[in-house]
Design a protein around this ligand. Structure first.
Ligand SMILES: [Cu+2]
Length: 108
């Protein structure tokens, strides 16, 4: 019984509070194009994925990386308003032994 009233007390105001916090956090990232999709030719297997992931995981701007063999896309999610130059991306992909076909920058 005590538990139930505690939860219902939190319900309304807590939800509103969480909503505001989420809205604020999202707005700070609105202007950063911190998702980068890179078209990469030559990736065929899990070793290719590992090789590319290894190269990019050295970058401190990186939040996460996804390599998709079907779409031939490497998707980088960067932290906050961090960025990585086209030159750095091309160098890392080339060093790993592949070719960049396109680079697209979007907001998360
Ligand atoms: Cu491979």
């Amino acid at each position: 019984m005590a538990n139930k009233s505690y939860v219902s007390l939190l319900g309304g105001s807590m939800k509103k509070f969480i909503f505001i916090v989420i809205a604020l956090v999202q707005s700070t990232f609105l202007f950063a194009e911190n998702q980068i999709k890179i078209g990469v030719n030559g990736m065929v297997c899990s070793f290719c994925i590992q090789g590319i992931e290894k190269k990019f995981k050295k970058l401190e701007q990186l939040e996460s990386i996804n390599v998709d063999l079907n779409t031939k896309l490497v998707t980088l999610q960067l932290k906050g308003e961090e960025t990585i130059s086209d030159e750095t991306i091309k160098n890392l992909i080339t060093e790993a032994g592949y070719n960049v076909t396109k680079i697209e920058r979007t907001k998360k």
